[in-house]
Design a protein around this ligand. Structure first.
Ligand SMILES: [Zn+2]
Length: 254
């Protein structure tokens, strides 16, 4: 089975169409992922989207009455734009809303379900099947679970560039630090998201509602479990060197 590869454009800044073109001309990706778990304002320009590719919308973790209507409208709009649209969700309320609207087939259950849900058992999987979930995203923090998920006939998505969450906050960290608002125009989170640490293999990321430690990738771990990964999600361009290295490994294998 050939692993499908999706590219997440979270860290792409507004005006780097050149970078998008460069990476898309270098590799054959199956689709792109719009939006971030951590900040509503992390998005790319949709005019730049190649409509033949699959389009996913990664919805934010924090959905409140402030942004819930907007997020639902984004889903409806993106579903119209792309014939191959799906939505990654991390929130039970949104899951229920999409189920009621007959859109459950679009849903990929996001990785933060399993970062919040510490126990993992057959009853939980049965509940997800009952809710109509067919696809699940996992990151390296929960990598060992991917085998069980696959064995229970879910389609699996693996987010390769994982990070260890230090903490979440209800309001944007950067807003607290700078006193400025992160808006679709200011895109505050995009400008300040990495604090270099002494250890060159780890960085502290500050963006939106989270603080996390980024680690170098463990490709051997991925290879060990690759048979259970139907799809892989990569982030760009923050880890461009990692992407190059990873794709070389995949190309050798396929
Ligand atoms: Zn932000």
């Amino acid at each position: 089975m050939k692993t499908k590869i999706y590219i997440k454009l979270t860290y792409l800044s507004k005006n780097n169409k050149k970078e998008i073109d460069s990476i898309f001309s270098s590799y054959e990706f199956n689709g792109i992922i719009y939006g971030s778990e951590f900040c509503d304002n992390y998005t790319f320009q949709l005019e730049e989207f190649d409509r033949k590719k699959e389009l996913f919308y990664n919805t934010p973790i924090f959905i409140t009455s402030r942004n819930s209507d907007q997020i639902y409208q984004n889903i409806v709009l993106l579903n119209q734009i792309s014939k191959k649209f799906r939505v990654i969700i991390h929130d039970f309320g949104l899951l229920q809303e999409l189920k009621l609207k007959g859109m459950i087939d679009l849903v990929i259950l996001g990785r933060f379900f399993f970062n919040r849900q510490f126990s993992f058992n057959k009853h939980l999987l049965n509940m997800l099947i009952g809710e109509g979930i067919k696809s699940i995203e996992i990151d390296a923090k929960n990598f060992g679970k991917i085998r069980v998920i696959k064995q229970n006939n879910f389609e699996t998505f693996y987010q390769l560039f994982h990070s260890k969450i230090v903490t979440f906050a209800r309001s944007c960290y950067l807003r607290t630090i700078t006193g400025k608002d992160c808006t679709p125009k200011s895109r505050l989170c995009e400008k300040m998201n990495e604090i270099k640490l002494k250890n060159p293999y780890i960085c502290l990321d500050v963006g939106g509602h989270h603080l996390f430690l980024g680690f170098n990738q463990n490709f051997n771990k991925f290879l060990e479990y690759q048979q259970y990964c139907d799809n892989v999600i990569l982030e760009f361009p923050k880890k461009r060197a990692d992407i190059d290295q990873f794709l070389k490994i995949l190309n050798i294998l396929q």
